[in-house]
Design a protein around this ligand. Structure first.
Ligand SMILES: [Zn+2]
Length: 120
């Protein structure tokens, strides 16, 4: 039967190979996402542990930490300005498109929108 339609057979084999390759790529992407999630969770635990030491030994407050986070964000080479987060109402950088505190989306990508916070 395949001999009667060699072009169709080849196309079918190519489609099967492409589907198998895509399936492998999807699996590898899922593995990479899983590994990345584990690393981020680990870093979050390390950050919380470090914060608990600093907070208890240095008398630093969360407000101090947030102020320093914004300073660090402003020093990033790709810093794009500061806006007030529409969700938590704290000042945050536009660089990542999400609030550095709560993760809410910030900015709309419109270069004509004035996002500036006076004095920020
Ligand atoms: Zn926020």
């Amino acid at each position: 039967m395949y001999n009667m339609y060699p072009g169709t057979y080849m196309a079918s084999q190519q489609a099967t190979l492409a589907a198998s390759s895509a399936s492998n790529e999807a699996f590898e992407a899922q593995q990479a996402e899983h590994d990345l999630r584990i690393r981020v969770e680990h870093l979050a635990v390390v950050c919380r542990a470090m914060w608990s030491f600093i907070e208890s030994s240095q008398g630093v407050t969360l407000k101090d930490l947030e102020a320093r986070m914004l300073e660090v964000e402003k020093q990033h080479p790709d810093h794009q300005g500061v806006v007030t987060c529409p969700n938590c109402h704290r000042p945050t950088g536009l660089r990542t498109g999400v609030c550095i505190y709560c993760g809410a989306p910030v900015g709309d990508g419109d270069p004509f929108t004035d996002h500036a916070v006076p004095g920020a």
